[in-house]
Design a protein around this ligand. Structure first.
Ligand code: IPE
Ligand code: IPE
Ligand code: MG
Length: 245
């Protein structure tokens, strides 16, 4: 009997290519972002069916604030609309929604709706959907360092207590499995300040498919490739084979 297929517990995705998808159609980039929202549903359904525990989606980076005001404005309008219209359905599907990133940059109404969506879905257990918005991997690390420095300054911990485990507990996504599979659509092969610490041993998978064109077949390919990889975590292949016995 063949062993059960290895499935990622946590999938982290850079949803890239919305702008190019629209530009190829001679349409405004904002239309690409709207089409991108549809692809989120495709992806979420796929992960629900696969029994994925956590899905982390990069929706808006720290650096994306520097895009033209018109595009940032259109994205804010889209976030607001999704928060108004999608949360009840996600709640019904037992999706737990979490936001990671610097929230203070968002307009107050969006911040309020983010907090409400999290509270409404806090006890759901079908999947945890982490939405990285105004998120940067460097922001995450600096924030954790600052929180630990404050703990030291206040005498709550000694500097010698700071180790990888404690540092990890101070970062976004603490308490969830580390990402097993990273996917980036849109053809670029870079991390773009996504989860820098958390991706240390994540399997990376890239596709030319633009995010709005995402379909089950592409996701299946990513999951199948993941299942076929040997994750060694610094060990030798022979060691990994022995451990699996
Ligand atoms: C990703 O798509 C979505 C966001 C960054 C908000 P892009 O808007 O970066 O699309 P491309 O890369 O320009 O095609
Ligand atoms: C990364 O995509 C951020 C998101 C998908 C939200 P970008 O389009 O901003 O990344 P770069 O600029 O190509 O590195
Ligand atoms: Mg892009």
């Amino acid at each position: 009997m063949s062993p059960p297929a290895r499935k990622p517990r946590h999938v982290a995705i850079i949803m890239d290519g919305n702008g190019r998808w629209a530009e190829r159609r001679h349409r405004p980039r904002s239309l690409g972002h709207r089409a991108g929202a549809r692809a989120v549903r495709v992806c979420l359904e796929f992960c629900l069916a696969e029994g994925t525990e956590s899905l982390t989606l990069f929706a808006f980076s720290s650096e994306n604030w520097n895009r033209p005001a018109e595009e940032v404005g259109a994205l804010m309008k889209l976030f607001l609309r999704l928060l108004d219209h999608e949360v009840d359905e996600l709640d019904r599907r037992k999706v737990r929604i979490r936001f990671i990133g610097e929230r203070s940059g968002f307009p107050a109404d969006i911040q309020g709706k983010m907090a409400r969506a999290e509270a409404q879905t806090a006890n759901n257990r079908a999947i945890t959907l982490n939405i990285a918005a105004s998120y940067g991997g460097r922001w995450d690390i600096v924030r954790a360092a600052r929180a630990l420095a404050e703990d030291v300054a206040a005498g709550r911990i000694a500097p010698t207590q700071i180790d990888e485990a404690l540092f990890g507990q101070s970062l976004s996504l603490a308490g969830q499995a580390e990402p097993d599979l990273f996917i980036r659509t849109g053809g670029d092969t870079r991390i773009s300040n996504f989860l820098l610490w958390q991706l240390a041993y994540t399997e990376l998978w890239f596709t030319e498919t633009l995010w709005p064109d995402l379909d089950d077949a592409t996701l299946r390919q990513a999951f199948d490739d993941f299942a076929a990889r040997e994750r060694r975590f610094g060990l030798t292949s022979a060691q990994v084979a022995t451990e699996a016995e």
